[in-house]
Design a protein around this ligand. Structure first.
Ligand code: ZN
Length: 388
């Protein structure tokens, strides 16, 4: 039990809250034998997330899916005869009429026998070449394109031609069935990330299950591995870099349908800033290296990491040290040898000629150097290229 990790918080301690069972009844003559497997449900002690705290292997999956292979969602006591209405609502949330005016693929991951794709084709007039169903078994009408996949292992990107624009990836009542919902969301994200498409996810909302009606819709079922709420699914989405744009819960035929639309979040903000900051350091070291080329004596103050970076990035500066025209100054390392010259102490600066270039990038270090220069009255000779 300990090896099962919470997909929301990575916790590994569970309180058993009950169990569900799957099995079959065998009949021989008049005698019946019931063969059952128990699936315990656990609540994460850390965050409260509920999942089946059993290991699912191939044998368990084949038993669980043998009899009723990936039935479409039963909407329970759906009023009226319009079985496609819930799917039409999904399409509306995923973009509705706007999807028609676009040209990218719309992929149904875990398409079953295709009610969502039928809805897209028949009610939203989406051309068939734009529709693709993905599932373990083909139950989809022949007119739709289909790719076989094990949603626990298949790389979905390999199922579509590289660079194909994808307007929407939709997955209804599937994420609760997969072994690793985080991997599953990452897979969906990869499908839309390059083109700004939307992800539509629907799963039962277990913060809204009608506890007075355990009969309704078979929601607590061994095929369901994770039991999400709006809150836990939003956390999971955020953890893979998805930005949730819409979330609501709508009850249809007794099933509380948690409906979420998300897009790949722009990860540019921190990356772009950090890249620019690192680049600024590179450029300043290049500027320092150039400023050493001037004629006459120069003092380079600070023999820490930034000096070593500069010597590596601009190997020609090593020769300047060897020539003795550029002298290195460092209070702590005074007396040591670098590129054949002895490092001077900062108290020697007053007795040396030439501009004094500050080497450390860290502003706190430069501040204390500037204070020292003021106290020794050579601050007018300082060159701080980081501050320019
Ligand atoms: Zn947890």
């Amino acid at each position: 039990m300990n090896s099962i990790r919470c997909v929301i918080c990575d916790g590994d301690e569970w309180d058993r809250i009950g169990a569900v069972h799957a099995g079959e009844t065998r009949r021989e003559g008049t005698s019946l034998q019931r063969v059952e497997q128990e699936f315990a449900l656990g609540a994460c002690r850390n965050c409260g997330h509920v999942r089946t705290i059993e290991q699912y292997d191939a044998a368990v999956f084949s038993r669980l899916y043998a009899q009723e292979s990936q039935q479409p969602v039963s909407w329970g006591d759906l009023k009226g005869a319009d079985a496609l209405q819930p799917y039409a609502e999904m399409v509306e949330l995923a973009g509705g009429a706007a999807l028609k005016s676009s040209a990218g693929l719309i992929i149904d991951v875990g398409c079953g026998n295709g009610p969502l794709l039928v809805t897209l084709a028949e009610r939203f007039d989406i051309a068939l070449p734009r529709l693709l169903g993905i599932d373990f078994n083909r139950m989809l009408p022949d007119r739709f394109a289909f790719r076989q996949a094990d949603l626990n292992t298949t790389d979905l990107m390999a199922l579509v031609e590289a660079g194909t624009p994808v307007d929407a990836v939709m997955s209804s009542h599937v994420i609760e069935h997969v072994l690793d919902p985080r991997r599953f969301l990452r897979q969906l994200k990869k499908l839309v990330q390059h083109c700004g498409g939307v992800i539509y996810i629907e799963t039962p909302d277990f913060s809204a299950v009608d506890v007075g009606r355990p009969d309704v819709c078979n929601l607590i079922h061994p095929q369901h591995i994770n039991y999400f709420t709006a809150d836990s699914l939003a956390k999971l989405m955020a953890s893979v870099g998805l930005l949730v744009e819409h979330v609501d819960t709508q009850v249809t035929g007794g099933i509380p349908r948690l409906r979420m639309r998300a897009r790949a979040a722009s990860a540019d903000e921190p990356a772009a800033r950090l890249r620019a900051s690192l680049q600024a350091g590179v450029e300043t070291r290049a500027q320092i290296a150039r400023s050493l080329m001037c004629a006459g004596p120069v003092l380079l103050w600070g023999a820490g990491g930034d000096l070593w970076r500069m010597l590596e990035e601009h190997p020609q500066t090593g020769a300047l040290l060897e020539s003795g025209r550029v002298r290195i100054v460092d209070r702590a390392l005074a007396g040591a040898t670098i590129h054949g010259q002895q490092i001077l102490s900062s108290s020697d600066i007053r007795n040396q000629e030439g501009p004094v270039i500050l080497m450390p990038a860290y502003s706190g270090t430069r501040r204390s150097m500037i204070n020292f220069a003021r106290s020794e009255e050579f601050d007018a000779r300082l060159v701080d290229l980081y501050a320019q």
